[in-house]
Design a protein around this ligand. Structure first.
Ligand code: G3P
Ligand code: MG
Length: 249
């Protein structure tokens, strides 16, 4: 895994939260939808249940994308398993469960898909979540030819992931690029910058490459913008527009 920086194994197109907005985010229904458009790599958000199990959920609370209420970590995995994470999006997805990281590991490896696990801790659980998700990823993808790419906006979570599973590649998510962004990548021993596309231009991408880092970007939904970023050498484009931006064959 140590040569990931030089032999980048990931495709350039990555489906955001499974299939963006076309199916309920962070569910296996979304992954299947993204896959139907040819996507082979999926970004998704992971946090811990009250009993410390890794599950897919973007928000700290359940309200927006499930039939549950309140914080994700107020419920056990067993309680989360009873919730409906599909009906909010449409009746066709009624009963879709909140996936565990283990379920996603089985599904993606069975289908030859690659993953970008965004570690998205509930507030206050950064270190615990970073360590737990990295250890889970290590065992769930044990023996995989290509490891999961871990990413997070939380430097504490990434540092905990680094200590728990140093061999798993990491990317630092940045919504705004601080002046010391390269130092931050180096400190966390990251393989890539994962930046809001508004922060990127040809110069930033060239600077990252010159320093030995790959560059990913979210959430790029405009095909013309996608074309520019890829022309500048972007290595990974995270998009909701799985129906409008065709992945490489
Ligand atoms: O991982 C990239 C992107 O997903 C970060 O933003 O809020 O969609 O998780 P968000
Ligand atoms: Mg995300």
């Amino acid at each position: 895994m140590s040569d990931i920086g030089t032999h980048w194994p990931y495709p350039r197109h990555i489906a955001h939260r499974g299939a963006g907005k076309l199916a309920p985010e962070n569910t296996l229904a979304a992954f299947r939808h993204g896959a139907s458009f040819g996507y082979r790599m999926f970004e998704f958000d992971v946090k811990l249940s009250g009993d410390g199990k890794a599950v897919l959920m973007h928000d700290a609370t359940l309200d927006r994308t499930s039939s549950g209420r309140g914080r994700v970590d107020a419920l056990t995995l067993g309680e989360l398993a009873q919730l409906d994470a599909g009906s909010w999006h449409g009746a066709a997805f009624a009963g879709e469960p909140i996936p565990t990281l283990a379920a996603v590991a089985r599904y993606t490896q069975a289908n030859g898909f690659l993953v970008n696990i965004e570690i998205k801790p509930v507030p206050g659980a950064e270190t615990r979540t970073g360590a737990a998700v990295a250890l889970d990823a290590l065992s769930l993808w044990q023996g995989a030819t290509v490891p999961p790419l871990l990413s997070s906006f939380s430097e504490a979570a990434l540092e905990a992931a680094r200590l728990a599973a140093p061999g798993l590649p990491r990317a630092l998510l940045l919504d705004k690029l601080p002046a010391d962004w390269l130092d931050r990548l180096r400190r966390l021993d990251c393989v890539a910058l994962d930046a809001n596309h508004r922060e990127l231009n040809a110069r930033v991408i060239a600077d990252a490459h010159a320093a030995g880092f790959k560059v990913l970007s979210y959430t790029v939904n405009d095909p013309a913008r996608a074309q520019d970023l890829l022309a500048w050498g972007l290595d990974g484009l995270i998009t909701d527009a799985v129906d409008g931006i065709a992945p490489d064959a």
